[in-house]
Design a protein around this ligand. Structure first.
Ligand SMILES: *[C@@H]1O[C@H](CO)[C@@H](O)[C@H](O)[C@H]1NC(C)=O
Ligand SMILES: *[C@@H]1O[C@H](CO)[C@@H](O)[C@H](O)[C@H]1NC(C)=O
Length: 458
């Protein structure tokens, strides 16, 4: 009876909320309770599955998705915005010789960073409203005090590929703690030359497999990145790696649909990161989440064109990879090849677990919901069946509706030796399409269409 009441309340909340209140904390908590309830109700044996949502990790996970504290503490806002505050010093790259006139301003940026980073007391490093050409540059820490980089203008990459000694990075923030990078300006990777010479576009050598990530944050804890436009990256746009406690919001990330490997936001080995209110349309994943990442929350994401929101790939070259605690709540995904995807290679190990995809609107998406444990995209790789696999478990798909561009709205291509476990589909309406399911027994809740009808033939 109590459960029934709870469910009625939950459906009322959901039907009022479905379209409009994506980030309502009330709904978040309700729906996870519901996930847990459902598992009890359907006889899902939590003792048999040690990292069920009810376990310690699950509790922490629920804790983490509770309505979060304000993105900005007032102190942070003060240091970002106010020049009058006596405790905050402001310096500009212009003070160090940056002209923003089409000449190379790298040296000035380096000097300005050095000054800002060694300053005692909070400091704002300003990039004025001009376009500054810079070569690959490393903004490294640790810095003496809290630093804000406020970009009003545009930081643009040179299109001369010979200036990159390390072809994997353009702008890198390395080991800077409590850093704030705010707009409203633009970071422009000017990637056209790289795309033209990529192996995807130009199969005959010499071609570039690798191209720089436009902006990398490495080992940056307590990081805020806000209100920026990042466009036309050489390869990935923004990469968070080895970071903890990250708030990224109000980002606009764009590149042409045919630009190769230009992921929007890439998250690797990063814990406790929130991406919110962002618009991402590129030639690859809008958001990709790979090994070592935990507590990843994405809310209010507009995605497309591109490859959708992806966990993985995991387990490539027999890697032992782990991703857990991913909560995607509120996304509008349009014209992409995938919607919400989990992809793992055969032969790997580890797990992708405790994952919620909630309140997602799909618009003409080729594979709206997909788990592929047989992922293999390199022609030169061995794609034959292997016994070992990355375990996929405890994945809730809830309130997902819209249109599929293919006949397969749902594909669960799970591994025969390590089947998918704890997959729940709740309130799914994907039109005129079917579900192909292999080595998985999803639980259904509410109205779910399509449901698994026939298996894949392997
Ligand atoms: C997660 O990060 C946010 C800020 O980005 C911080 O306020 C919060 O305390 C962090 N949570 C944990 C459990 O570290
Ligand atoms: C599922 O995986 C197998 C590899 O075992 C592959 O042959 C098949 O094409 C995959 N199906 C889909 C729909 O991706």
């Amino acid at each position: 009876m109590a459960l029934q009441k709870h469910l009625v309340l939950f459906y009322v909340v959901v039907s009022f909320c479905a379209a409009s209140c994506y980030s309502s904390g009330f709904q978040e908590v309700n729906s996870l309770h519901s996930f847990v309830d459902h598992e009890k109700e359907s006889g899902y044996n939590s003792r048999a599955h040690p990292s069920n949502m009810n376990t310690i990790e699950g509790v922490k996970f629920m804790e983490f998705i509770k309505p979060r504290a304000q993105l900005f503490s007032s102190r942070k806002l003060e240091r970002a915005g106010s020049k009058s505050s006596s405790s905050v010093k402001t310096i500009s790259v212009a003070n160090f010789g940056a002209k923003g006139n089409g000449a190379d301003d790298t040296r000035a940026f380096e000097k300005a960073w050095k000054a800002a980073c060694s300053s005692n007391g909070a400091i704002v490093l300003v990039v004025p409203q001009k376009t500054y050409l810079v070569r690959p540059i490393e903004f490294s820490g640790p810095c003496k005090s809290h630093l804000t980089m406020q970009i009003y203008g545009t930081i643009e990459a040179s299109d001369d590929r010979s200036v990159y000694k390390d072809v994997t990075h353009w702008l890198i923030f390395d080991n800077v703690q409590s850093l704030l990078v705010v707009g409203p300006g633009t970071i422009n990777g000017n990637g056209n030359r790289w795309w033209e010479n990529s192996c995807k576009r130009k199969p005959q050598p010499p071609c570039n497999e690798q191209a720089p990530t436009a902006v990398t944050f490495n080992k940056c804890n307590n990081l805020v990145v806000k209100n920026l436009k990042i466009q036309d990256a050489q390869q990935m746009h923004v990469r968070f790696q080895n970071c903890k406690n990250v708030e990224a919001s109000h980002l606009t990330v764009t590149a042409p649909e045919d630009s190769p490997n230009t992921d929007g936001i890439h998250i690797t080995n990063t814990k406790n990161i929130t991406i919110s209110s962002s618009v991402i349309g590129t030639g690859d994943d809008c958001i990709s989440i790979v090994s070592g990442s935990q507590r990843v929350q994405a809310t209010d994401i507009t995605c497309g064109p591109g490859h959708g929101i992806s966990i993985g790939s995991l387990g490539e070259d027999n890697a032992n990879d782990h991703v857990s605690g991913v909560f995607v709540n509120g996304a509008k995904i349009s014209g992409t090849s995938n919607g919400v995807r989990i992809k793992t290679w055969q032969g790997g190990s580890g797990s992708a677990s405790n994952i919620v995809f909630q309140n997602v609107e799909m618009n003409d998406v080729t594979n709206p919901i997909i788990i592929d444990q047989n992922y293999c995209d390199h022609k030169n790789k061995d794609c034959t069946r292997q016994r070992s696999a990355v375990q996929v478990k405890n994945v809730l798909y809830q309130n997902i509706r819209g249109t599929s561009a293919s006949t397969d709205a749902i594909t669960f291509n799970c591994s025969q030796s390590v089947p998918c476990q704890g997959i729940v589909l709740q309130n799914i309406q994907l039109q005129n399409a079917r579900a192909k399911c292999n080595n998985v027994k999803p639980a259904y809740k509410g109205a779910v269409s399509p449901r698994c009808s026939w298996g894949l033939v392997n």
